[in-house]
Design a protein around this ligand. Sequence first.
Ligand SMILES: Nc1nc2c(ncn2[C@@H]2O[C@H](COP(=O)(O)OP(=O)(O)O)[C@@H](O)[C@H]2O)c(=O)[nH]1
Ligand SMILES: [Mg+2]
Ligand SMILES: [Zn+2]
Length: 323
Amino acid sequence: MTKPAKTVLHPRPEVVTVEGTVIRSEAGFHRVLIPGGHVIVARAPKRLLLGERLATTAVVIGDRVKVRERDDGVGVVEEILPRANELVRGAAGGSHYLDIIASNLDLLVAVHSFVDPDLVAARLDRFILIGESAEIPVVVCLNKVDLISAPLAREVAAPYGAAGYETLITSTKTGEGMDALRSALVGRTSVLAGPSGVGKSSLLNSIQPGLRLRTAEISESTGKGRHTTTTAELLELDAGGWVADTPGLRELAIREVDAINLDNLFPEFRPFLGGCRFSDCSHLEESGCRITAAVDEGKIAAIRYDSYCRVFQQLQEEEDKKY
Ligand SMILES: Nc1nc2c(ncn2[C@@H]2O[C@H](COP(=O)(O)OP(=O)(O)O)[C@@H](O)[C@H]2O)c(=O)[nH]1
Ligand SMILES: [Mg+2]
Ligand SMILES: [Zn+2]
């Protein structure tokens, strides 16, 4: 964001409450975009209203907030309006604590490269599941198609299309798929999520050269990290729309999903759910399982089912640790 902080001056009364969207948070100061394109800087009390409930949650980028403007130009966040969704970062070590890093996202673009690093379906699927568990619409982006053949790319992408995801095949080297990615982002508030090295920064730079991005190079080579670790930001696209850039994206968590409910997060499983012999079927080894039958019939891609089994076991191990 290059927009300067502006305070709108009102003649009277001295205190005015405005509604806006948090586009940047740093060290307790939030930049709030308000109607008319102005940005006001606001602080937030430790506890404030989140819709009906009193929450100890922090204000995050994407939040719709009510801000009281004061005479001295610094605003105070009075209320966070109810969030449509929340992107969370999981604390390491199986802790229960979840850190919210952004809210009200319209789109999560799950990015992976075909090669370099090689596509590992379970890794890509974990990022898709982060979107699914947060109820954020997901688009799949498979990048670096210049490094493999077109038929192979189509074959690898097929399970995602079959699952119902809009699946983009892209290359920042040839420009393939860039228009489609741009169209997906326009007018929305999005986040690109995926392992490091798959081309997320390159994709955004291809779409909009000069878009200011926090890169690994900056935070890791300067060794300071002081500014980069605490700043979360929504970057504005010239074409319209916003892209979230936050330091927590590498540790995103699948949110509060019990293993037994994981099947619901695979859209292509849904038509078959309820068809198993046992109502609490885990779809792993039980007899009379409609899901494994659908895999055998070629109606569910084996590679997606394999991801399901892996993540199911991971979630179950995490649950076992808790009790
Ligand atoms: N061949 C090829 N390389 C790419 C492509 N996109 C990015 N890269 C390279 O992949 C590496 C990692 O890219 P980067 O954007 O930093 O990935 P990020 O960690 O996901 O942000 C860089 O060396 C890029 O030049 C692509 O479409 N094709
Ligand atoms: Mg990057
Ligand atoms: Zn089953």
